[in-house]
Write a protein that binds this ligand. Sequence first.
Ligand code: NAD
Ligand code: UDP
Length: 326
Amino acid sequence: MRVVITGGAGFLGSHLCDLLLRRGDRVVCVDDLSTGRLENLRDAARHPAFRFVECDVTRGLDVPGPVDAVAHLASPASPPDYLRRPLQTLAAGSRGAEHALLLARRHGARFLLASTSEVYGSPQVHPQTEEYWGHVNPIGPRSVYDESKRFAEALTTAYRRTLGVDTGIVRIFNTYGPRMRADDGRVVSNFITQALSGRPVTVYGSGEQTRSFCYVDDLVRGLAAMLDSDESGPVNLGNPGEFTVAELAGLVRRLTGSAAPVDFRPLPQDDPPRRRPAVERAARTLGWVPVVGLEQGLRQTIDWFRGRSGELREAEPRDAGLTVTG
Ligand code: NAD
Ligand code: UDP
């Protein structure tokens, strides 16, 4: 297959490039490098079947030559990133998604949308099944991301129903691993960066809120399985193991051997109190199950961050800057 990956220089996109190249596909990575990095593509760039195109997909997307599949991952994804780029985030899920869909349509290609567990908002159903419609504040600070992805899902579905494009939607739950930026701002990279550099580990709120953390190798296997299938989805992709943020902080401190103190900070506005994927549909339709447990995945991620001491020294992990006021 010749696969176009928008957002391919980012955390997940670069791992997907590597996986597809390893199995013999040709890959065209399209990225504007707004939150991604060329160094993520160091392995891919050595491969003769790899091409990189620097392009903002919200302005248009054209790729010469054959295209068998388009995976649309281009979007800010970390809360500090999307809060800093609210309009670009909305554009990535609307104009960007439409340009990617049009490319797939022109080529009769499979289209994969990287959606998110955030479409469930602050969920009132637990664990979250794909049938659940979600509970999203449409004008809250997170709405620029949540509604952008919800619109992208609606657009993708309309292209399938109205224009017959072969589309698939996956809803990705919190994923972590090597190649996250030290200043990405998401919880796993923040805690590891803080613990390794001896800075206080910043727990927002009481730390009783939960998340379910999926290791990146598992996740991109799921993306490849969805690309290969003709399932329309949506299909949840995530690891159903559920942990409180305080438990995660304790685990990272233990695995790094860090004596960094825990610093409790205000809870960001609209922070979902709990999140856990129902993954039965992924198992049934894609034969996909995650196999890397949190402790093993964290060890591998910590080892990777240990090799980047320069970045750790410089990076000040960011917070979402969204505090509850009332
Ligand atoms: P990331 O920020 O590392 O990657 C996003 C990539 O998209 C970056 O390389 C960035 O430069 C690129 N990009 C952004 N806007 C663009 C534009 N207009 N044109 C071209 N490129 C653009 O984030 P990630 O964690 O790798 O997320 C990848 C995708 O997966 C996103 O769509 C995100 O919403 C989705 N997702 C990720 C997670 C997760 O836990 N990592 C969870 C849910 C959904
Ligand atoms: N979080 C935290 N400390 C940090 C960063 C995040 O306690 O330094 C919390 C955040 O409030 C949320 C959870 O960790 O409850 C996951 O946050 P993240 O930004 O990784 O992803 P989200 O699931 O909120 O999109």
